[in-house]
Design a protein around this ligand. Structure first.
Ligand code: MRU
Length: 348
C-alpha cells in the first residue's frame, strides 16, 4: 500500500511534513484553515492533486471555525476562507478547482441550516480526497499498457502518492504497470532546487520496493544518448486547453531531450488539472519562489551572498513535445484541443 500524505479524523487534518523527508517522518496536525494555507505555501504538502485535497479540507475546517449566524455572513466568511487558501500557490489549478467545488456546495444549499452546510462541506472535502486516489488508480490502468515490460522510465519531480490523495499520477502509471507484472526501473531526476525527486520520489518508490535509480538533473541527456531510458512520464500542475503542460521546472528540458532521442514523453494527470479557461501555456501563471531555495542546500550556502537568482518553480512544455496525456477518462493525443475538450465532456 503506497503512502497517503493527508489524513482527516474527527476535526483534525494530519499531513506528512514533506519538507523533512527522507530523513524524518513527522506528521503535523491542523485545526485552523490559516495554518493549512501556510502549510501549502511552505510545501509541507505539495503536488497539484494533494494541494487540492489539502485546500478542500482546509476550507471545511474554515467553515467549522466560522462564527456566522446567518447564510449571508456565512457565505461571505467562506469566500474569505477560500481567498486565503487560494492565495498560496498560483500554478497548480487543482487548488482552484477544489475550492470551486467547495464554493458550489455553499451556493447550492443556501436554504439549509448552517450546521448542515458545514457537514456538507466536510463530506465534499472528504469525497475530493477519496476520489483522488481512485482517479489515480483508473489513470494508472489507462497508462500501464503504454509502458512496455522491462522499461526504464525517467520521471521528474514527484508525481507520486506523496503528491496526491494516494497512488500518484506519473508514479500511479508506474505502479499499475508493476501491478500488471511488468519489470520497471525508474530513473528519478533529483529535481533542483527543492529536490522532490531525490527526497520524495526515491523515498516512496524505495519504500514500495519499486526499483529506482537517482540521477542529477543534468545526467538525463547522457543516459538517453546511451540508450538507457525508454520513455519519460511526468505529472502536471496545469494543462492548457491546447495541451501545453505546466509542470515542475526542468520538465521542458526533459521533453526537448526526449524528442531529440525519439523517446515517448507522457504526461499523467487527472482531468481536474486541465484548465479549459487557459487557451495556451503562455498564459499559465508561473510561481516564482524565494531565492534561498537556490542559494542554499538546507542551511548551507552553495552560492556567494548577494548573487542575482531566478527561481521559477514551473515551466511549460509545448503540446507538440507531448506524446500523450493520460487521464482517468482516457488517453489524449494530438489534436489536443479536440481530444482534451472531449475528455472534459465525458461522463465520470
Ligand atoms: O512544487 P511542487 O512540488 O508542488 O510541484 C509538483 C509538481 O510539479 C508535480 O509534478 C505536479 O504537481 C504533479 S503531482 C501529481
Amino acid at each position: 500500500m503506497s503512502i497517503r500524505p493527508i489524513e482527516f479524523d474527527r476535526g483534525v487534518l494530519r499531513m506528512l511534513d514533506q519538507r523533512l523527508l527522507p530523513n524524518q517522518e513527522v506528521w503535523l496536525e491542523y485545526r485552523d484553515y490559516r495554518e493549512v494555507a501556510e502549510a501549502i505555501r511552505t510545501m509541507v504538502v505539495r503536488g497539484a492533486p494533494a494541494i487540492g485535497v489539502a485546500a478542500a479540507l482546509g476550507a471545511a475546517l474554515g467553515a467549522l471555525q466560522m462564527t456566522a449566524e446567518d447564510f449571508a455572513s456565512f457565505s461571505e466568511e467562506f469566500e474569505e476562507v477560500c481567498a486565503v487558501l487560494g492565495a498560496t500557490r498560483p500554478t497548480a489549478v487543482n487548488l482552484f478547482w477544489a475550492l470551486d467545488r467547495m464554493r458550489r456546495i455553499v451556493a447550492a444549499h443556501g436554504d439549509e441550516p448552517l450546521a448542515q452546510i458545514r457537514q456538507r462541506l466536510l463530506d465534499e472535502a472528504l469525497a475530493i480526497a477519496a476520489e483522488d486516489e481512485q482517479i489515480n488508480r483508473t489513470l494508472g490502468a489507462w497508462g500501464a499498457p503504454l509502458i512496455a515490460d522491462g522499461s526504464r522510465v525517467l520521471t521528474h519531480c514527484n508525481a507520486g502518492a506523496l503528491a496526491t490523495g494516494g497512488y500518484g499520477t506519473a508514479l500511479g502509471v508506474v505502479r499499475a504497470a508493476v501491478e500488471a507484472g511488468k519489470q520497471i526501473m525508474v530513473y528519478a531526476d533529483e529535481t533542483r532546487p527543492f529536490l522532490q525527486g531525490s527526497r520524495l520520489t526515491a523515498w516512496e518508490l524505495q519504500r514500495d520496493g519499486i526499483p529506482v535509480t537517482l540521477i542529477c538533473d543534468n545526467m538525463a541527456g547522457a543516459l538517453m544518448s546511451q540508450g538507457l531510458i525508454d520513455c519519460v512520464i511526468v505529472g502536471a500542475d496545469r494543462i492548457a486547453a491546447n495541451g501545453d503542460v505546466a509542470n515542475k521546472i526542468g520538465t521542458y528540458t526533459v521533453a526537448v531531450l526526449a524528442r531529440e532521442h525519439n523517446l515517448p514523453f507522457y504526461v499523467a494527470a487527472p482531468t481536474s488539472t486541465i484548465d479549459p479557461n487557459i487557451p495556451h501555456g503562455g498564459l499559465i501563471p508561473i510561481e516564482e519562489r524565494e531565492t534561498r531555495e537556490v542559494t542554499h542546500c538546507g542551511d548551507v550556502a552553495v552560492a556567494p551572498e548577494g548573487v542575482a537568482v531566478r527561481n521559477p518553480a514551473f515551466d511549460v512544455t509545448p503540446a507538440r513535445l507531448v506524446s500523450a496525456i493520460i487521464t482517468e477518462r482516457g488517453v489524449a493525443r494530438a489534436d489536443y484541443p479536440a481530444a482534451l475538450a472531449a475528455l472534459l465532456k465525458k461522463e465520470r
